[in-house]
Design a protein around this ligand. Structure first.
Ligand code: 3HC
Ligand code: NAI
Length: 701
């Protein structure tokens, strides 16, 4: 027997144990081990077999690192066949999470039991895939077509009790000891002469499926697909489960799985899966860097960001104190939090008791003296360096030694803020994204003097509150906002060149961005960018630069908050509408600036908006601001809604080919000048060497 799969007999029950840390993924050795164990057990004296796992979880799926490599037998279908055809019952004993291929293994078993804390799910869609080992065929057979569609297209896991109610598992066994529970359950099944239940023997009667069900599902999924093809293929597989024999459905599933596994969308989403986990690792910090204890947090400023940040901590049971300038501002800040929780409760995401518990974790004060016992402070006051320095000096005076002092600043210099204290080693940036209680990204900004344990603690606490953390060094705008400069600039330049706002936005929305750059400007407020530009001396002196944004602000069209910006907004529904007045204004501004308008292709819109992200990303890598190309992808996918099926800007660049990107940037440089288009030396080097960012990143690890 292989050393990752062992076999032992307990009270006449054969127990097959998988031990392949960290998550018991179905690597070749695991598949071979299970196959061997099930085959051998056919000839021993046991009455039934239990399939269980060591460690923190049941099998969490196929080994994703094996995708794209030459397949090595035995394949999963062969293993599942051996289980399903066993002459004695096989019972899956689930703890932790039975995901993807792991849950599919359990579906080939004759019975499934789980402890109450376990979850089951088919998350393949999140990797641009579909369940490729019978999941699309077996789930509709036992739980119905609708449950299967929801479960497989959402990819979300389901808790044990609910899974039992949906018939996805047969039994919830008591206690934490899944092995003991499963053995007892197996004995009961043997004693009662329970049959060998094979899901494959069930036929779904087509009359049980509403006419038009699959077409409606396809339409609904296409509306939120954002560049994903997997949801559509999942519908096709489930459709093939209806009225057809199991093997026909399995053939269809295999065919579509093979299509997806070799698609660029899935490659990009698998890249993001590993990039997310890699981003949590700081290259020059040992994994066992000691952490500081964080039991109580203070948030300074209860505005847009402060409220959301406070909620993040309260949600995981960490006490938070919110500091505001006066009682009125404090009451407003706490009031917004309360309203947000009420909305969450209405959506059924939290119970009344849970909301009460969260609100109970949040207190307020106007007295900095109350911060003597906090372990972490996150400052989220107005974006003003002098004010922030003043606050950090105050914090330095009142906070206990070792407290971590973080700023949520979007652009300010963390080192300058740290210099306002006598403890720069405790100062760093924790840059949340709006709305802070929803957006997944947290940029952790490492100052020149930030201590290793302070940094490691910030990353760990970020994970604890459910964020995806990426590390940035100090620069204007850190990774994400710094890269955004050229993206916003070109979206406006394209208007002068002849595009309408709708043309620019729909090109990027077609690419998969949740919202185009101009609509995004309207949402964030055009006045914000206007004010930020006022203080900047580093921008080229060019009347075309941000011309339309400036004109709109001067017309008091700030975007959604004033009902109009690049678009008009319906006061009742907030629906965006094209505005002929603005389209005419763009034409006249272009004429006044001497810009000859022309037809601009969708391809050019994409290149002009996206390539600046890539070029700035290359500079950020050379300067060591980001640790690795994949960290930049994480920032964009989780903080800026860059489409995961495109894998983030750096992965996308590799997909397009760095030489193609470089050549295009050179073409734009020759057309529009070096002020805007200057190829980053790293991009030029890699393009000339025929390398990718991914290869360069791997060399640097
Ligand atoms: N294959 C290979 N490696 C995997 C893996 C998998 N399926 N799942 C997790 N890992 C690795 C991670 O990369 C990470 O490695 P690292 O320590 O070197 O960074 C390590 O295992 C631990 O993972 P997490 O940090 O994510 O651990 P958590 O405890 O936070 O989460 C989990 C555990 C919920 C199981 C989570 O890892 C997860 O969601 N995994 C992916 C599950 C999945 O997508 N399964 C479907 C795979 S596709 C499939 O099965 C196709 C089939 O239908 C044929
Ligand atoms: P905001 O204007 O909504 O809130 C700021 C709050 O700070 C106000 O309620 C104000 O009363 C309070 N405040 C001011 N001085 C204070 C003091 N001395 N002590 C205590 N409270 C004080 O601002 P917002 O949007 O929440 O931004 C806060 C910070 O977060 C800024 O640095 C901003 O750049 C950053 N940020 C903002 C994002 C956004 O989308 N709004 C996104 C990410 C970061």
């Amino acid at each position: 027997m292989s050393n990752v799969v062992s076999y032992q007999v307990v009270d006449n029950i054969g127990v097959i144990s998988v031990n392949n840390p960290p998550v018991n993924a179905l690597a070749q050795v695991v598949r071979a081990g299970i196959l061997e164990a099930v085959t051998a057990a056919q000839n021993d004296a046991t009455d039934a077999l239990v399939l269980r796992c060591e460690g923190r979880t049941f099998i969490a799926g196929a080994d994703i690192t094996e995708f794209g490599k030459p397949p090595q037998g035995p394949g999963l279908p062969e293993v599942l066949g051996a289980i399903e055809n066993s002459t004695k019952p096989v019972i899956a004993a689930i703890h932790g999470t039975a995901l993807g291929g792991g849950f599919e293994v359990s579906l080939a078993c004759h019975y499934r039991c789980a402890i109450a804390s376990a979850k089951v799910g088919l998350p393949e869609v999140k990797l641009g895939l579909l369940p490729g080992a019978g999941g699309t065929q077996r789930v509709p057979r036992i739980a119905g077509v609708k449950v299967a569609l929801d479960m497989i297209t959402s990819g979300n896991p389901i808790g044990a009790e609910k899974a039992k109610a949906l018939n996805l598992i047969d039994e919830v066994v008591g206690g934490d000891d899944v092995q003991a529970g499963a053995i007892a359950y197996a004995k009961e099944l043997v004693a009662s002469g329970a049959p060998l239940k094979r899901i494959r023997d069930i036929t779904i009667d087509p009359a049980t499926v509403e006419p038009g069900f699959f077409d409606a599902a396809r339409k609904q999924l296409a509306a939120r697909a954002r560049g994903q093809i997997a949801p559509d293929r999942i519908v096709s597989c489930i459709e093939a489960a209806v009225g057809q024999p199991m093997d026909a459905g399995l053939d269809r599933e295999r065919e579509l799985f093979m299509e997806l596994v070799s698609s660029p969308e899935s490659a990009a989403m698998r890249h993001i899966f590993f990039a997310e986990r890699q981003a949590a690792k700081i290259k020059d910090l040992p994994r066992d860097t000691p952490l500081r204890e964080v039991k109580k947090v203070a948030v300074i400023g209860g505005g847009t960001m402060g409220g959301g940040i406070a909620m993040c901590f309260a949600n995981v049971g960490i006490k938070v104190v919110m500091v505001e300038i006066n009682d009125e501002a404090l009451a407003r800040g706490l009031g917004i939090i309360e309203k947000n929780y009420a909305i969450t409760m209405k959506k059924g995401k939290l119970t009344e008791a849970q909301v009460a518990q969260c609100m109970g974790a949040i207190s307020g004060t106007t007295d900095y003296g109350d911060l003597a016992d906090v372990d972490l402070v996150i400052e989220a006051v107005f974006e003003n360096l002098e004010l922030k320095k003043e606050i950090f000096a105050k914090l330095d005076a009142v906070c206990k030694p070792g407290a971590i002092l973080a700023s949520n600043t979007s652009y300010q210099d963390i080192d300058a803020i740290a210099a306002a204290t006598k403890r720069p080693q405790d100062v760093l940036g924790m840059h949340f994204f709006s709305p802070a209680n929803v957006m997944k990204l947290l940029e952790v900004v490492r100052g020149e003097k930030t201590a290793d344990d302070a940094l490691a603690t910030a990353m760990a606490i970020g994970k604890k509150i459910g964020k995806v953390c990426a590390l940035s060094r100090v620069c204007y705008g850190f990774i994400g906002n710094r890269m955004l400069g050229g993206y916003g600039r070109e979206s406006q330049m394209l208007l002068l060149d002849g595009c309408t706002p709708a043309q620019v936005d729909s090109a990027l929305e077609g690419f998969g961005m949740a919202m185009g750059p101009l609509a995004m400007g309207d949402l964030a407020g055009l006045d914000v960018g206007y004010k930020a530009r006022e203080g900047r001396t580093d921008l080229p002196n060019d009347p075309k630069l941000y011309r339309m944004g400036t004109v709109l602000v001067e017309m008091d069209r700030f975007g959604q908050k004033t009902g109009a910006g690049f678009y008009k907004y319906d006061p009742a529904t907030r629906a965006r509408m094209n505005d002929p007045e603005i389209e005419a204004l763009i034409k006249s501004e272009a004429a006044a600036l001497g810009v000859e308008q022309r037809e601009v292709s969708e391809q050019e819109i994409l290149e002009r908006c996206l390539y600046p992200l890539i070029n700035e990303g290359a500079l950020i890598l050379e300067e060591g601001i980001a640790q690795r190309p994949s960290d930049i992808d994480v920032v964009y996918v989780f903080g800026y809604a860059f489409p995961a099926p495109k894998g983030g800007p750096m992965h996308y660049a590799d997909h397009v080919g760095l030489k193609n990107v470089y050549d295009k940037i050179c073409e734009f440089r020759d057309r529009y000048g070096e002020d805007y288009w200057k190829p980053a030396p790293l991009l030029e080097k890699l393009a000339k060497e025929g390398k990718t960012f991914a290869q360069w990143g791997a060399e640097q690890e």
